[in-house]
Design a protein around this ligand. Structure first.
Ligand code: SAM
Length: 199
């Protein structure tokens, strides 16, 4: 349960939940579907982002901004802005409208572009949520982890729903002595990793 969610945020969450549910049954092509996390995963993200060390919070894969809305709740609690990356122009435009209508533009910076070309510009990452195409996860993880602060959190979605295609990624993470990690069976299965102070 997440208390005191402002009404404009709740309204945008409800509209996106309705659209996402429709997308999943009406034959909308994959690249047009919102493919967003379920509310329980959003609550987990918000709680963990609010509890992460001070530093930068980033999201890789915005879609229409649903997970970004949950993360905006954490930003209101911890201060600072979420930086969220979206590759597709039509999704970035939808997210821009979502954040405007939800009145969270002061809490979220939307970057339209390929996250892989931007991560090197950021340092002192305290929290990262990864939710792009699954074949990019290992490259994104390898780019993010050196920039994570000690105690910084990295979450990745779909570890259970895409267990086969993410098997090599999971092996890669589990072999990484810099990170402690667990797969949390919530929603589509979330990898939760925490960077160790010393490997
Ligand atoms: C599963 S959806 C994200 C859902 C979103 N996190 C939510 O829960 O509301 C994946 C999104 O990642 C975007 N994407 C894929 N590859 C990307 C990349 N390299 N950089 C930025 N965004 C990317 C896709 O266009 C798509 O909108």
């Amino acid at each position: 349960m997440f208390h005191n969610i402002p009404k404009p945020i709740l309204e945008q969450m409800a509209a996106l939940e309705e659209q996402d549910a429709k997308d999943r049954i009406d034959g909308t092509p994959m690249h047009k579907r919102l493919r967003q996390i379920p509310p329980e995963t959003g609550q987990l993200l918000a709680l963990l982002a609010a509890s992460a060390p001070s530093g930068l919070c980033i999201e890789l894969g915005t879609s229409a901004g649903y997970s970004g809305l949950w993360l905006s709740l954490a930003m209101a609690l911890r201060g600072g802005k979420l930086v969220t990356f979206e590759l597709l122009p039509e999704k970035a435009e939808m997210a821009r409208k979502t954040f405007k209508k939800a009145k969270v533009e002061n809490l979220v910076e939307l970057v339209h572009g390929d996250a892989r070309g931007h991560i090197a510009m950021y340092d002192e990452i305290a929290f990262c949520f990864m939710d792009t195409e699954k074949e990019m996860y290992t490259d994104l993880y390898d780019a993010v982890v050196p920039r994570l602060l000690p105690g910084g959190l990295l979450l990745a979605d779909n570890l259970l729903s895409h267990a086969d295609s993410l098997a090599d990624f999971l092996t890669h993470v589990r072999a990484d002595a810099r990170m402690d990690s667990v797969v949390v069976p919530i929603g589509s299965g979330v990898l939760l990793g925490r960077k160790r102070a010393t490997p």
